[in-house]
Design a binder for this molecule. Structure first.
Ligand SMILES: C[S@@+](CC[C@H](N)C(=O)[O-])C[C@H]1O[C@@H](n2cnc3c(N)ncnc32)[C@H](O)[C@@H]1O
Length: 129
């Protein structure tokens, strides 16, 4: 998963300029590879990593190790119910070993929760700016 994540994140970082955004929410962010890579590239940006309760401690560890704890917090819950408010960009990267697919969704704006839930299975890459 990490290699596929790394490929997806590296492609996103090369292809997209996230500098207009202030707060990124990484939905289903796992142990934080994506959000940490993005925050390292954009020092003005704050981040929220959102995942299931038993996953976020692993993310907290990575965030602390990289010294990003002042700019990145974690939150847990079920993304089908709600995602954290206050982001101006919502990021969802799904790397799936079994299917050998890597999907990347980037959503900007309000009402992202709905979009994320419905677009999850929509296609290999979906970018909405
Ligand atoms: C395939 S992993 C992707 C992790 C990371 N974004 C990446 O690309 O490496 C999917 C992530 O979504 C999280 N997840 C799955 N269902 C979820 C749900 N209903 N609510 C919140 N997170 C969920 C999992 O815990 C997991 O960390």
């Amino acid at each position: 998963m990490t290699n596929l994540s790394a490929m997806a994140v590296s492609a996103a970082l090369e292809a997209y300029d996230f500098s207009p955004f202030n707060v990124m929410v990484d939905v289903g962010g796992g142990h934080g590879f994506a959000i940490c890579s993005i925050l390292e590239k954009y020092p003005q940006m704050q981040g929220v990593l959102f995942d299931l309760e038993d996953i976020v401690p692993g993310a907290d560890e990575r965030i602390r190790k990289l010294g990003l704890q002042e700019r990145c917090r974690t939150a847990f819950g079920d993304f089908f119910q709600a995602v954290p408010e206050g982001g101006d960009v919502y990021f969802r990267s799904t790397s799936c070993m079994t299917g050998l697919t890597s999907r990347l969704h980037v959503f900007c704006g309000i009402a992202a929760a709905h979009w994320i839930a419905s677009a999850m299975e929509a296609g290999p890459v979906k970018l909405c700016f």
